[in-house]
Design a protein around this ligand. Structure first.
Ligand SMILES: C[S@@+](CC[C@H](N)C(=O)[O-])C[C@H]1O[C@@H](n2cnc3c(N)ncnc32)[C@H](O)[C@@H]1O
Length: 416
C-alpha cells in the first residue's frame, strides 16, 4: 500500500474535488474539509457533504474564522473558491475582483498555504479570473500568482472546457496546480527546458487534458515585478494593452516569470451528450413539464430580441439586445453550463429545456444536473429540487478533477 496523499478540501460545497480525486486514485485521502454558506442559515451543502462522506474532519464554519492550527497537516490543498466577483452573472465592470468581498477569500487560502505549507495545491475558479478586473485586465490573477511565487510555489494553469474532453457539460473553468520548492513537481517544472514543450506535452495538464497550440498563438513571457501592493496598483495599469489580459489559457510560473500561450483541445475520445444522460420520459414527474400557458413566455425569454427598455428607477431609456438561445437544448450535444439559478419552474432564459418524444417541453431534473457534473446519482438527494440545482450550479465537472488527479498522482508518487 502506497503512502496516502493527505488532502484538505476548502470551499468544499458538496465535494466535487473529493469525488474526482477518490476516483482518480486510492492514494488520495481527504483528511479535513471546510464548507460554509454565508448567504443562508441552513447549511445544506455542508449537511450533504457530511452525509455522503461522514462528519469526521468536516467543519461547517467560515474559513476566515478557522485558525491554521485547527487544520491538520496535509500534502495537497484543493478547492474551488467562490467566484461571484468574476462570475459571468455580472458584467466585468461591476465585478469587484480581488478587492471584492468574496474575492478576499483568496487571502484565506493564502494564509493557510503560508502557515501549513502543503507541498501541492489544486484550485479552480471561473475562467474570467484571467481577465479581471476590467480596468486592469489580469491584475487579480497576477496578484495571486505573485503571492504564490513569494510563498515558494511554482504554478501551472489551464482553462478547461469539460465538454472538450468528452464530458457532458460545456463548463469552462481555470484550474491551477502549485508545487512547493524542493518537491519533485517543483523541480521538474522549474527545470523544464522548454515552456512550450511543458504546456503542450509534458506538464500535468497537458498529459491529463491533451492540447495543441492554437493556430497563430505564440509563447509570451514576462515578469510580474514588485511587491504585492505594487502588483495590485500597477499590473497592466497603463498603456494600450491594458484592455487585454496578458494571460492565455495555458501557462506556468517559475519564480515571478510567467510563460503563457493559447491552446486548443486535441481530445479524440467519445463525446457524452445531454441526451445520453436524460431520464426516461415516463420517469419524469409532471412538474418538470412546461405548462402550455407558459410556453410563450419561455420562447420569448429564449429568443433573440432588440427592444427599447426603461430603467425603472431612473426612467432612462435604452436599447436592450440579446441573441437567441438554442431552444429547446440540443440533446445531441453536451449541455450548456449549469448555473445556480437552474432550478424551479419559473421561466428563464438560462435553464435547460429539452423536447420529449411526444413533443412536450420539460426542464431538467436534479438527477440529470448531477449527471452533467458527473456526480453520483442522488448525491444531493436530501435537498429540495431548487437547492439541488443551486448546488450543482456551484459545483464542477468531477471528471476534470479525476483526469488531473490521475496525472498529479504520478507526480506526487515521485515526491515521497
Ligand atoms: C464554487 S463553490 C465550490 C463548490 C464545490 N467545488 C463543489 O463541488 O460543490 C464555493 C463554495 O464556497 C463556499 N463558501 C463561500 N464563502 C465561504 C467561507 N467564507 N467559508 C467557507 N466556505 C465558503 C460556498 O458556500 C460554496 O459552496
Amino acid at each position: 500500500m502506497k503512502k496516502a496523499v493527505r488532502v484538505v478540501e476548502l470551499f468544499a460545497g458538496v465535494g466535487g474535488f473529493r469525488i474526482g480525486l477518490e476516483r482518480a486514485s486510492p492514494m488520495y485521502r481527504t483528511v479535513w474539509s471546510n464548507q460554509w454558506e454565508p448567504a443562508t442559515k441552513r447549511q445544506q451543502a455542508s449537511e450533504i457533504y457530511a452525509a455522503r462522506f461522514g462528519p469526521e474532519g468536516h467543519v461547517n464554519a467560515d474559513i476566515s474564522a478557522i485558525v491554521a492550527s485547527e487544520v491538520p497537516d496535509h500534502d495537497l490543498l484543493v478547492g474551488g473558491f467562490p467566484c461571484q466577483d468574476y462570475s459571468v452573472a455580472r458584467t466585468l465592470n461591476s465585478a469587484g475582483g480581488l478587492q471584492g468581498k468574496k474575492g478576499v477569500l483568496w487571502w484565506e487560502i493564502h494564509r493557510l498555504l503560508k502557515e501549513k505549507r502543503p507541498r501541492h495545491l489544486l484550485l479552480e475558479n471561473v475562467d474570467r479570473l484571467l481577465k479581471s478586473p476590467a480596468k486592469q485586465r489580469g491584475r487579480d490573477f497576477a496578484v495571486m500568482l505573485a503571492s504564490l511565487a513569494d510563498l515558494g510555489y511554482v504554478v501551472e494553469w489551464r482553462v478547461v472546457n469539460a465538454a472538450e474532453y468528452g464530458m457532458p457539460q460545456r463548463r469552462k473553468r481555470i484550474f491551477f496546480i502549485g508545487h512547493l520548492a524542493n518537491t519533485a513537481g517543483s523541480e521538474s517544472l522549474s527545470a523544464a527546458p522548454s515552456a512550450k514543450e511543458w504546456l503542450l506535452r509534458k506538464g500535468t495538464f497537458a498529459r491529463a487534458l491533451p492540447v495543441v497550440l492554437k493556430p497563430g498563438s505564440q509563447l509570451s513571457e514576462f515578469m510580474i515585478d514588485g511587491d504585492l501592493a505594487e502588483v495590485t496598483n500597477s499590473f497592466n495599469a497603463c498603456g494600450s494593452s491594458k484592455t487585454l489580459t496578458p494571460f492565455f489559457d495555458a501557462g506556468m510560473l517559475v519564480g515571478r516569470k510567467v510563460q503563457t500561450l493559447s491552446v486548443k483541445s486535441s481530445f479524440r475520445g467519445t463525446q457524452t451528450t445531454l441526451g445520453d444522460l436524460l431520464v426516461p420520459e415516463e420517469e419524469v414527474p409532471a412538474n418538470y413539464f412546461i405548462p402550455r400557458e407558459q410556453e410563450e413566455q419561455w420562447a420569448y425569454l429564449k429568443g433573440g430580441k432588440s427592444e427599447e427598455r426603461t430603467n425603472r428607477s431612473t426612467g432612462f431609456k435604452y436599447r436592450y439586445s440579446e441573441g437567441a438561445m438554442a431552444y429547446p437544448d440540443d440533446t445531441a450535444k453536451p449541455a450548456r453550463t449549469v448555473i445556480t439559478a437552474e432550478g424551479g419552474p419559473t421561466p428563464s432564459r438560462f435553464k435547460h429545456v429539452v423536447r420529449c418524444a411526444d413533443g412536450r417541453l420539460r426542464r431538467l431534473m436534479p438527477l440529470e444536473l448531477e449527471r452533467l457534473n458527473m456526480f453520483p446519482d442522488g448525491h444531493t438527494r436530501e435537498a429540495s429540487d431548487t437547492k439541488r440545482a443551486f448546488l450543482m450550479g456551484n459545483a464542477l465537472v468531477t471528471g476534470v478533477v479525476e483526469r488531473v488527479g490521475k496525472e498529479m498522482a504520478s507526480v506526487l508518487r515521485s515526491d515521497r
